[in-house]
Write a protein that binds this ligand. Structure first.
Ligand SMILES: Cc1cc2nc3c(=O)[nH]c(=O)nc-3n(C[C@H](O)[C@H](O)[C@H](O)COP(=O)(O)O)c2cc1C
Length: 200
């Protein structure tokens, strides 16, 4: 008999993640959807940075970035990533590890179109992760992109989404006396989830 109750209850880890994020949206002062995204480079050196989680789908998590950035290249080479989200006011974290593919279709176009014009032109102007001689050079590049693309720029081919399909999802919540609760969901070969409570 499982003792997975309360905030951990349910058969769908994506539904639990959505519910926790909704609580965080009410509790956190800023960026409740920020995730620390970890990748590995070709020398196996780990890398990590914050990005914003934009969609929790039926079986995947989606974020957006520049495909030529360091993270974009690392994901292209390995096909894998992990992330953690931590909410200080809720004292909870979610950890996710899995396989990553590009989202560069209509969904990416729609998300790109939903962003402010400055952000859309900024995406065109940024050679993300490459050396930049000055802030003025970036501002000038964005202005130039405005002249080239006008007020309705198309999504740049080098910018779009990544979809992470988890092999593991772990939910962690702070417990009294440091007896925290941890539940790890592991995807089986038949695509069902095995759920284990772990020592904290
Ligand atoms: C709260 C927060 C949210 C961010 N969201 C994104 C994002 O959604 N996409 C993105 O490309 N960079 C985002 N960044 C910037 C990244 O952390 C990082 O500086 C940039 O993507 C370059 O990373 P890379 O050189 O490892 O590819 C965010 C930074 C912070 C602090």
């Amino acid at each position: 008999m499982s003792d997975r109750t309360g905030i951990f209850a349910g058969d769908d880890p994506f539904a639990i993640a959505r519910a926790w994020l909704a609580e965080a949206e009410a509790a956190e002062p800023n960026d409740p959807n920020a995730i620390a995204l970890a990748t590995v480079d070709p020398d196996w050196l780990p890398d990590v940075r914050m990005v914003l989680l934009k969609e929790i789908e039926a079986d995947a998590f989606v974020f957006y970035t520049n495909y030529d950035s360091a993270k974009g290249r690392q994901i292209a080479a390995s096909g894998k990533a992990a992330f953690v989200m931590h909410w200080k006011s809720l004292r909870r974290q979610i950890r996710v590890r899995g396989d990553v593919t590009r989202e560069e279709g209509a969904q990416a176009d729609a998300y790109y179109a939903s962003r402010s014009l400055q952000s859309r032109l900024g995406a065109w102007a940024s050679k993300q992760s490459q050396p930049l001689e000055s802030r003025a050079a970036l501002v000038a590049a964005a202005a130039r992109q405005g002249l080239v693309h006008g007020t309705n720029p198309a999504r740049p081919p080098f910018w779009g989404g990544f979809r992470l399909r988890p092999l593991q999802i772990e939910f962690w919540s702070d417990g009294a006396f440091r007896l925290h609760d941890r539940f790890r969901w592991t995807r089986q070969a038949d695509r069902r989830w095995q759920v284990d409570r772990l020592y904290p």
